[in-house]
Write a protein that binds this ligand. Structure first.
Ligand SMILES: Nc1ncnc2c1ncn2[C@@H]1O[C@H](COP(=O)(O)OP(=O)(O)OP(=O)(O)O)[C@@H](O)[C@H]1O
Ligand SMILES: [Mg+2]
Ligand SMILES: [Zn+2]
Length: 646
């Protein structure tokens, strides 16, 4: 138990950050940290990890050391905190020597509640003795998966963190500060590694629910990807988003093509000169560029809150990367889209990238073989995601080991749940498929299994005398459903596919349940043509409606006022050289339109308004609102603006 009551915590949350309530597991994390316990906190991208350590840093004595892997990430957080009036600074290579001296001297005087430090700084003798002279409230390790070789972003300098903590402890006074670590990487292996590598002591481990409710997941398989994409972008004229591609070449080609059609897009990948890359990223963050087309090199440290869609132009390499990349949409909690444009070629490109990869160093040939087989396994799971007819959200959550209460009911906010589809009993078909796989002794790949089930006469079937099997041709009448049914059986553990370069299909651990007739197997069918177009109509209506910002309770807001507040925000941001979302999120402006605050007290109730923003911005925004309302906007005019509702 911490010495701070939950009322005190909530007051501080509103005062310093402007949030009226905690989200998800934030409260548990804050309580654990305020109680002085080592804490590992795993929450999905965009869920709100920063507040979990920033809030305790404000309440505890001393200064919190925050170790963060990227300069851009530090900068974003320092800008946000400073807007909220929180005294903080960073120490990294972007600062001049005199700036660093200044930060150190202010730190020594106890002027900061948080300092952000690049991990490289930690094994510097001089820095260590400086650190020993301070009252440190806690050590925070952000993006803690960087300490694990199993994570996607391993950083050698992260492995020095525990020595640093030990050295402070050896000094005796002050005693070892406690350590809290944050990551969005959910795999148990990385989690264990973090605890071990950071030498966390009896840590409280908080794994938050992985669901990001505001994201709509969708997989489309367009005949013409580019046309599909440009239609998608046209439907979202004023919205900002990221398009991920597998290769640098695709990034270059696609961004050029989009630009030539008049889209405000820019490329980002590791092959671009670093100034260009940096400029394009800044332009995107500052809303000067609407669409960034990028490889997976883009994203870490990009906390832009108003990213409204993340499109994968190619299927990504695994669910972990996918969820992290997709999670960059909708950070401000507004509805956002995460769409994959799936094409048959994607799996081959990915396999090529795995098999031919020269980026990674392996200790031995065995290690290489083993690690590559794991990558192929993860790729397969990604491919199943793209092919399943089940709820996409449930698929992801299950992948991360999260229990789902009622998987049958679906999430109602993914491509598969949103398209109407028939449920079909495939118990008999499944039994036929499983017994065929059994007779083929797990020696053949998916295509050959399908050929045998269909009764195909091709050379491979004949060469291995598969046409002599009793199961040859038993699914002739289900031709069109075999592929989907096999995907279904793979997704649900009734079948398994091996991880080699030439994967074969075997019976899965649950196959007995079907073979022994213990369960009825029901599968969602892909929507019929007619229904698809109906679903598409409904969807475009939804998108059209979604284009208009609404209050969280669904009520209409005055769009003209919203636009005015946005341009006021843009002016204020430009004057301070800050991205607009650092001043206020869209959600705060929407709240202003809904509540039309007239007094400071009214304004303090707006979401995202803490003490500092109240003092700084209440008057300008209320003036804007007052002027707007005073400009004689009456009756009809307003009703039209509000969407014509009486
Ligand atoms: N209690 C809350 N109420 C409303 N908004 C919140 C709350 N907590 C955090 N947010 C908002 O959620 C957004 C994401 O927060 P944050 O940057 O901390 O995410 P994160 O979990 O660190 O993600 P990443 O893994 O990408 O670093 C921010 O814009 C923040 O203002
Ligand atoms: Mg973060
Ligand atoms: Zn769903």
């Amino acid at each position: 138990m911490s010495e701070f009551s939950s009322g005190q915590q909530l007051d501080a949350l509103k005062k310093y950050f402007g949030h009226g309530s905690f989200r998800g597991a934030q409260e548990r994390a804050v309580e654990s940290i305020l109680g002085g316990r080592d804490t590992l906190c795993v929450m999905p991208t965009g869920a709100g990890k920063s507040v979990c350590f920033q809030l305790p840093a404000m309440l505890l004595d001393g200064v919190a050391f925050v170790i963060s892997p990227l300069i851009s990430l530090m900068k974003d957080q320092i800008d946000s905190l400073s807007q909220n009036g929180i005294p903080c600074a960073c120490i990294n290579s972007s600062l001049s020597l005199s700036e660093i001296k200044n930060v150190l001297s202010n730190t020594a005087k106890g002027r900061y509640k948080l300092i952000y430090i690049a991990p490289e700084r930690l094994d510097n003798e001089w820095f260590l003795s400086f650190a020993k002279s301070l009252k440190i409230s806690m050590i925070v390790v952000d993006e803690a998966h960087c300490v694990s070789q199993w994570g996607q972003d391993f950083r050698v300098s992260y492995t020095k963190i525990s020595d640093f903590v030990d050295s402070i402890m050896l000094a005796g006074i002050p005693a070892r500060p406690f350590v809290c670590a944050f990551t969005a990487t959910a795999t148990p292996r990385v989690r264990e590694d973090i605890v071990k590598m950071l030498k966390l002591q009896n840590p409280e481990i908080i794994v938050a629910g992985f669901d990001r409710e505001n994201l709509n997941f969708e997989v489309r398989r367009p005949a013409k990807k580019f046309e599909e994409l440009s239609a998608f972008l046209k439907e979202r004229r004023d919205k900002s988003g990221i398009i991920y591609c597998l290769t640098r070449k695709t990034v270059d080609e696609l961004s050029e093509k989009l630009k030539s059609l008049g889209f405000n897009a820019a490329p980002y990948h590791a092959g671009l000169p670093s100034q260009d890359r940096h400029k394009n990223q800044e332009d995107f963050i500052f809303d000067r560029v609407r669409i960034i087309v990028a490889t997976n090199a883009f994203g870490m440290g990009v906390n832009k809150s108003n990213v409204s869609f993340v499109v994968h132009y190619n299927m990504p390499k695994d669910i972990e990367s996918y969820y992290q990349e997709a999670g960059r949409a909708g950070r401000d909690g507004s509805p956002a889209d995460a769409v994959i444009l799936y094409g048959g070629q994607d799996i081959r490109t990915n396999l090529f990238l795995i098999n031919e990869s020269k980026d990674k160093q392996y200790a031995s040939a065995e290690e290489e073989m083993y690690l590559k087989s794991l990558e192929r396994k993860r790729l397969k799971e990604m491919d199943l995601y793209c092919n399943t007819h089940e709820c996409l959200r449930h698929y992801i959550l299950k992948y991360f080991g999260e229990e789902i209460e009622s998987p049958q009911s679906g999430c109602k906010n993914c491509g598969n749940c949103n398209c109407e589809s028939d449920i079909k009993d495939i118990t008999v078909l499944s039994q036929k498929i499983l017994s065929c796989v059994f007779r083929m002794r797990g020696n053949f790949g998916k295509n050959t299994v399908i050929d045998v089930l269909k009764g195909s006469k091709n050379a491979r079937v004949q060469r291995f005398m598969l046409d002599k099997l009793s199961t040859y041709g038993i699914c002739k009448e289900h031709r069109t459903e075999i592929n989907d049914a096999i995907t279904f059986l793979l997704v649900n553990g009734f079948l398994e596919m091996t991880n080699g370069e030439f994967p074969v299909i075997k019976l899965g651990s649950r196959s007995d349940e079907i073979l022994k007739g213990k369960i009825k197997v029901e599968m969602k069918l892909s929507a019929s043509k007619q229904k698809e177009s109906k679903a598409a109509d409904e969807r475009s209506e939804k998108i059209a409606a979604g284009k208009i910002a609404k209050a969280p309770n669904g009520a209409d807001i005055d769009q003209k006022l919203f636009a005015n507040l946005k341009s006021l925000r843009a002016k204020l941001a430009a004057a301070q050289n800050l991205p607009a979302y650092i001043i206020f999120h869209d959600s705060a402006l929407i709240d202003m339109c809904a509540k039309l605050p007239k007094t400071k007290e009214d304004f303090s109730r707006i979401s995202g308004v803490g003490a500092q923003k109240l003092a700084r911005y209440a008057d300008v925004f209320m003036d804007e609102i007052k002027n707007y309302l005073g400009r004689g906007r009456h009756g009809e005019d307003r009703m039209e603006e509000r969407g014509g509702r009486m």
